[in-house]
Design a protein around this ligand. Sequence first.
Ligand SMILES: Nc1ncnc2c1ncn2[C@@H]1O[C@H](COP(=O)(O)OP(=O)(O)OP(=O)(O)O)[C@@H](O)[C@H]1O
Ligand SMILES: [Mg+2]
Length: 407
Amino acid sequence: MATKASTNAPTLQPPAPAGETPRLQVEGLTRSFGGRPVVKDVSLTVMPGQVTCLLGPSGCGKSTTLRIIAGVETADAGRVIVDGEEMTAPGLHVPPERRGIGLMFQDFALFPHLSVAENVAFGLTSGSRAEKRARVEELLRRVRLERYIDAYPHELSGGEQQRVALARALAPRPRVMLMDEPFSGLDNRLRDGIRDETLDILKEEGAAVLLVTHEPEEAMRMADEIALMRGGRIVQKGAPYNVYNAPVDQAAAAFFSDLNVIRGVVRGALTDTPFGQFLAPGIPDGTMVDIVIRPQHLKLDLDRGGRGPAPTPQEGTWARGVVVRARFLGAESLVELRMDYDGSILRASVPSVFLPKPGTPLWVAFRRDRCFVFPSSPEISHTGLVREGETDAAAEALADAGAAAPR
Ligand SMILES: Nc1ncnc2c1ncn2[C@@H]1O[C@H](COP(=O)(O)OP(=O)(O)OP(=O)(O)O)[C@@H](O)[C@H]1O
Ligand SMILES: [Mg+2]
């Protein structure tokens, strides 16, 4: 069980109005291909107007989960319920077009031979001609493309085509909208704007949104709730703030940023390190632990004739290192240091411009309220700096071996 060194973080939960029926309920979804399990006991709930992001590395089973919910793939076990009505269950498979579910995928191909209006009207099966036209006009106003109503897809930019695809998916008023990396084809600047706009429209429509992404920034930006997936399982669920600030294990922490790691052994619920003692409550004596901290939570100070700042309760003991490299990234600078105590590398992210020359001695402290303490996994080699993804395989191996897979 992971233990956080400090518990002063606020607890933020996504809003879940009492008594409201979830738009989407998924219970115990399981699916194997050729004997290889790909989706393992996945459960989640999405309320009307709520956005849940299924976040995880490539190949972890996100799209398969979405495809089962959409009904274009079958489940070996588990249930999919929309507005209280079973869609997938043992012996039951409601066809995709009768699920009240809208789909948007990365290759959101519009029909090239149909006009924008005809593309949007495509999913409208009921209603008079005039009613359909009114709905198409309303949606195109929503996505600010009414002037393109008679244009053809090739006359639109990528971002405009994406908005037509959104209008088309929304046309039949889906109760649930499933989106699989829908923004990944767009360039960065365009993407932020379209993402926010899309979200506003989906919330207004009251749809429950399940959005798949492998980009933590996208999930943090869009989600009311993040479901972090790894090796076919959901390993952690919660508001973006909680998943980021109270990761369930080291791999979950590493998914969101590079990590600095120092390793120590627990003695009497304490671990001695070059940065002073860290609390390791509930972890048995003799256990090897990793003390983990994100680069933006290191503190740096100047060397004063071989001495550093005095220890404080907030920062503990300061340790000396030497700058290996410093890079300016726009909003922040990244400083890499080789630590005197064992030659390992730590990485600090400093707001704005801070570019000390290689060879400059600096003192480093850990913000105690931002450290996580996890039992070490033997598969994770200790290099001081752990980059995103490096811990995934090890964590998957542990989860599959029956180690605690917290939900
Ligand atoms: N129809 C299929 N037959 C066999 N294997 C499949 C099938 N569909 C998916 N898989 C396998 O299941 C695993 C999970 O695939 P899935 O597409 O769900 O991953 P993902 O999380 O969406 O990844 P990405 O981020 O790369 O899109 C992969 O190893 C994939 O090869
Ligand atoms: Mg996928």
